[in-house]
Design a protein around this ligand. Structure first.
Ligand code: C2E
Ligand code: CA
Ligand code: CA
Ligand code: CA
Length: 276
């Protein structure tokens, strides 16, 4: 009301993932944001737990709504998926990640960047070719790019997904299962899909210090992954105690606020300089 008539604004409580506005207006706001190129990619560093050194980054989509602040991807990604907008946005974010990787490489930082891939994006016919073409255009070795997929997105069209992932894995891209342990799929898909990394979901990490069951699950996931020659990443590590525990359990990498928060590329350069 203070802004006068004919204006809408969005409100989001930091801890909430719902907006008190209709889906249609959110959809329209997203279309505008896409047209106006308002999406950004931020990067969260991952740490190699044994050496304490940088292991790579995860690219996370950010949308800053005018006068409101950031809207959680948990709110807007499902809408991008439902409307099909995730296809062009998804290619844009791979393109952006490649541009940023090139910039990091020019700074002497040759670390892999992981990009989150939605189900609908992965099962596009020419997805593998599109990704490989972008890597070539930017003169980047394919090992530099990792794809993160959730169990549920793999299981939507498993046969097709497996074929596309095999093609990408053959080209040396890294394939990670995201939010591992929260899906309802069986473990057999670990044989079916050419996966080289498991990311243990934050929900198991949060209570790991107090909850012996969570600790056992994390321990079991790490042993199984290592038995399958996979790399294990723990997500949502917020405390030194969690990091120490994960180190004891032989986890390979950690990601979370304890090490670093997601940040824009400009800030990342400063963060990297500070680390050295
Ligand atoms: P995700 O892939 O599991 O990403 C990790 C989420 O955990 C990110 O939330 C990150 O900011 C947050 N996080 C990292 N460290 C900590 C920590 O120590 N504590 C806590 N509490 N949270 C931490 P974000 O950026 O809000 O993203 C939410 C989800 O949205 C992602 O979960 C992913 O599923 C999806 N998403 C984000 N970016 C993209 C994208 O570019 N494409 C697609 N398809 N999905 C994306
Ligand atoms: Ca992820
Ligand atoms: Ca995750
Ligand atoms: Ca998660």
């Amino acid at each position: 009301k203070r802004q006068g008539r004919n204006s809408i604004c969005f409100y989001q409580h930091p801890a909430k993932t719902t907006l008190p506005i209709g889906k249609v207006s959110l959809e329209n706001a997203l279309r505008l944001a896409w047209e106006n190129k308002e999406f950004e990619l931020w990067y969260q560093p991952k740490m190699n737990i044994a050496s304490g050194r940088l292991a790579g980054f995860e690219a996370l989509l950010r949308w800053h709504l005018h006068g409101t602040g950031p809207v959680s991807p948990a709110v807007f990604i499902p809408i991008l998926e439902d409307t099909g907008m995730i296809i062009p946005v998804g290619y844009w974010l791979i393109e952006q990640a490649c541009t940023d990787l090139r910039q990091l490489a020019d700074l002497g930082i040759d670390m892999p960047v992981a990009v989150n891939i939605a189900a609908r994006q992965l099962t596009q016919d020419d997805f593998a070719e599109q990704v490989l073409a972008r890597l070539r255009q930017h003169r980047l070795p394919p090992q530099r790019l990792a794809l993160e997929l959730t169990e549920s997105s793999l299981m939507q069209e498993p046969t097709r997904a497996a074929g596309i992932l095999r093609r990408l894995r053959q080209a040396q891209l890294s394939i990670a299962i995201d939010d591992f342990g929260t899906g309802y799929s069986s473990l057999s898909y670990l044989k079916r899909f050419p996966v080289d990394t498991l990311k243990i979901d934050r929900s198991f990490i949060t209570e790991m210090e107090q909850d012996a069951d969570d600790r056992s699950i994390v321990d079991a996931i790490i042993r199984m992954a290592h038995g399958l020659s996979m790399t294990v990443v723990a997500e949502g590590v917020e405390t030194a105690e969690q990091a120490a525990l994960l180190r004891q359990l032989n986890c390979d990498q950690i990601q979370g606020y304890w090490y670093a928060r997601p940040m824009p590329l400009a800030q990342l350069a400063a963060w990297l300089a500070e680390q050295q």
